[in-house]
Design a protein around this ligand. Structure first.
Ligand code: URA
Length: 287
């Protein structure tokens, strides 16, 4: 006969097995055959965001195709925009973001915004870290597990590398402001979908406007494409300044490689070093 203790041990080792395999978020009561779905794609289904990433995928991706539909947790209803289509949610996000006058107001708005399903699988809103008065703002893609747990961007291994890269040109989080294009962690570290990016984009755009930096650094392809509009892959886009329109002036956005990519491809650090030297020169007024 199986004792309760045996059952409990079995359950714990079953959960451990899943955690080790990278399954760290419960999404639905029924399993989905994502590989089967991928073999028979529906024409209506959105292309996976990974297709846009070219050489770079900042974090290991657990889910290859479009994300599962995420239902609101029991007893919770989505706000006015989440019941709407992604386009309507993005319009709603834009209208509401425009009304905010301070970064605190924007953060409070995001905390109460139910239009992006990622909110319901994330532990925390990951709004920003660093100094909002800084002249330079770094923008990454989306929080990972460490950031989700702590509630601040770039806290894990990528963040430690970013801190070292910043230090090399005399910056730290007292002299730089840090955020992501998507402020909630996509479950299982998958890419945010194009819909999730377009719903969240008005918020990061408003965050940039309110922080009003002189220079923006786009870390990796998704941030570069979302903020500059380029379709170029990051290996082509990096090292270039793109014009970026703020409320009352134009500033520059520099594209560079994402630290997570550099952790996997350390040989590319020499390219990032060139970009960071360029950033230093831009801050010094010599580039
Ligand atoms: N990668 C990102 O793009 N952002 C983070 O905050 C952490 C890792």
């Amino acid at each position: 006969m199986t004792s309760n203790a045996d059952t409990q041990r079995d359950l714990i080792s079953y959960l451990d097995f899943h955690v080790e395999a990278g399954v760290d978020a419960a999404l639905d009561e029924r399993p989905h055959d994502r590989f089967g779905e991928a073999e028979a794609p529906s024409p209506a289904r959105a292309a996976p965001a990974a297709a846009t990433l070219e050489a770079e995928a900042p974090r290991p991706r657990a889910v290859p195709a479009a994300p599962p539909a995420v239902r609101a947790p029991q007893g919770r209803t989505y706000g006015r925009s989440a019941s709407a289509k992604p386009d309507e949610a993005a319009d709603d996000a834009r209208a509401r973001a425009r009304e905010t006058r301070t970064l605190d107001e924007l953060e409070a708005l995001l905390a109460g915004f139910d239009g992006c399903p990622l909110k319901f699988t994330a532990k925390n809103l990951v709004f920003a870290d660093g100094n909002p008065e800084a002249r330079v703002m770094f923008v990454g893609e989306a929080p990972g597990a460490d950031e989700d747990r702590i509630g601040k961007p770039f806290m894990g291994r990528s963040g430690q590398l970013l801190d070292r890269m910043m230090r090399a040109i005399g910056l730290d989080r007292t002299s730089a402001y840090v955020a992501n294009i998507v402020p909630w962690r996509p479950p299982g570290n998958r890419n945010p979908t194009p819909q999730e990016v377009s719903i969240c984009k008005p918020f990061i755009e408003r965050q940039i406007e309110l922080a009003d930096p002189d220079l923006i650094v786009c870390l990796g392809s998704p941030a570069t494409q979302a903020l500059t509009g380029t379709k170029d892959g990051i290996l082509k886009a990096r090292g270039r300044f793109y014009p970026y329109r703020l409320e009352n002036r134009e500033v520059r956005a520099l594209a560079t490689l994402h630290p997570a990519y550099l952790l996997r491809q350390p040989v590319q650090k020499r390219l990032a070093w060139r970009d960071f030297r360029l950033l230093r020169q831009a801050l010094d007024g010599t580039a």
